[in-house]
Design a protein around this ligand. Sequence first.
Ligand SMILES: Nc1ncnc2c1ncn2[C@@H]1O[C@H](COP(=O)(O)OP(=O)(O)OP(=O)(O)O)[C@@H](O)[C@H]1O
Ligand SMILES: [Mg+2]
Length: 425
Amino acid sequence: MDRALTAPTSNDPSARAAAVSPEEIDVELDRAMSEHYVEGRRGMRSVSATTLLVALAACVALLPAWPPARRVLGVGLETTLPLVAISVSSIVHAAVAFARVGGLGRWYRVAEHVESLCSVSCGVALIYLSGSAASVFWVYFILFVADTWNNPRDVRLQVTMFGAATTALAAAFAARGALADVAVTGSIGVLGAVCIYAFAASARHRLRGEAERRVLRARLEGLLVERERDRIARDLHDGVAADLSTLLWRARELKEAVGDGAATSIVDDLVSDVRSSLDELREVVFALRVSGGTWDELLSELRARVTRLCAGSLRGEIAFRDHEAAADVPVDVRIHVLRIVQEGVRNAVRHARAKVVRVEIERGARVVVVRVSDDGEGMPDGALEASRGGLSNIAKRARLLGGEASWSHDAGTHLVVTLPLGAPP
Ligand SMILES: Nc1ncnc2c1ncn2[C@@H]1O[C@H](COP(=O)(O)OP(=O)(O)OP(=O)(O)O)[C@@H](O)[C@H]1O
Ligand SMILES: [Mg+2]
């Protein structure tokens, strides 16, 4: 949607700080949950933890070899060995997947679900084959619940898996007519599901608090930086820039005083040096202020600058476009947009012999695209490779943000720069 520039919005940092949206907190919560999940898995999937788990499982599998234990467990080696072997291979598989692709890799995510499924199914089979719901094999389930309580990410899936397994077990006991076992299984099933939910909800609540603190801390840091930039800009403007203006004015007076003579060219150089230092300083002050201003303020400043740069025979056009759900443009990207447009237009003015230069700035949900086109004579071959100034700086700015800059020459020069709005890769 094309839009007209709106009047500058509030530049009061505290007004912007107040606008922390629930979406921002949700994004941060997602990140915190992922970090928490990966962190939790790291210890569990280490070589020593996996070895310990496998050793414990081997003990359980071999326990029926001792006749008194076999009587208590209600199953023999012929049952425990294959079932525990299935469970152990899924645990080892998950540990290998974690070591290879990390906690967020697709392979690991699948391996973890397979592991949960195997643990739950083997637990159900062992309880059922032991002949009674009062079985020590519920330990499998307790381990499963203990592993998931701290992981709010997959709570629905885990409750579903747990619920389905206990329901299947209760149905199997019911088919055998063992109603007391059905009642015990049902109670443990409900209790387990409630525990998983309760623990996961409390972990989620804790992580939400952490996410809110992170968002507010980042806001506060941004505000402090903005305030400091504003102070530096003010000091430069009111101090050094004012002194340079006085110097320029005195140099002009000096030029009039010396009249035409040998010293004229020295004074001319002096005037031009002071003027360009003053221009540089104004640029610095403006860049500092852009960081404290809004996107709309930047656009209106760009419009003014393009008009000023094109004053003369060249016609300057500028257009802005916001896509649906256009994102907020971070401070560093705004400064790069300003510099890129300035250099693109300045090059068209200085080198292109063009009649028209057109600037387009497009803001999307993930990128800002800047286009500067002129209808001039086009860039000479090799200009980009040879550039040590403007063109190479534009390319560097784009790369710095993880974006890219490209030039084409077709009836003039066309610059397209794409700047991502996320963190650089
Ligand atoms: N829009 C354009 N049309 C025609 N030639 C161009 C255009 N932009 C750049 N060039 C060519 O590319 C060269 C390199 O440009 P670049 O901006 O890197 O340096 P510069 O403008 O000469 O100096 P500065 O470092 O001050 O920017 C220019 O000297 C010019 O020959
Ligand atoms: Mg240049």
